[in-house]
Every structure is written in structure tokens, then in C-alpha cells.
Design a protein around this ligand. Structure first.
Ligand SMILES: [Zn+2]
Length: 70
């Protein structure tokens, strides 16, 4: 059995890496329309001004972001 269809429920914005539902057509963060369905790692940013990971990812607002686009 090689059914490795681990289809993810979310996709990531190519521009800002925001994690959104698959049905979303326009990124709520940057209004981008390009999404990547293969990504890894999720970061939840609650306090972007004091979050090291947010700085690393160049995120300046709250939300869910992916660490890496595939
Ligand atoms: Zn975006």
C-alpha cells in the first residue's frame, strides 16, 4: 500500500507565508493570490514585535505562518 496522499488542509501564501484554508483565494495578510500547497512547519505569531521567530521569518503581524515553502 503506497497511499501517501497526505493532503494538507491548508496552503501557504507564496508571498508572505501566511497559512490559510485551502478554499481561500486571496491572502488575508498581503492580498496575494499565489499559494503553495507543499510546505512544512507552522509558526503561530501572537506578538510579532517581540517574537524572535517572527523577525526571522520577516513576519510583522499576527497569524499562522509556515516556516518553509517546498
Ligand atoms: Zn500573503
Amino acid at each position: 500500500m503506497s497511499s501517501r496522499s497526505k493532503s494538507k488542509q491548508f496552503k501557504a501564501c507564496r508571498n508572505c507565508k501566511a497559512l490559510v484554508d485551502r478554499e481561500v483565494e486571496v491572502c488575508p495578510v498581503c492580498n496575494g493570490r499565489e499559494f503553495v500547497e507543499e510546505w512544512s512547519g507552522v509558526v503561530i505569531v501572537v506578538d510579532p514585535e517581540n517574537s524572535e521567530i517572527a523577525k526571522t521569518l520577516k513576519v510583522n503581524q499576527r497569524g499562522r505562518f509556515v516556516v518553509k515553502l517546498e
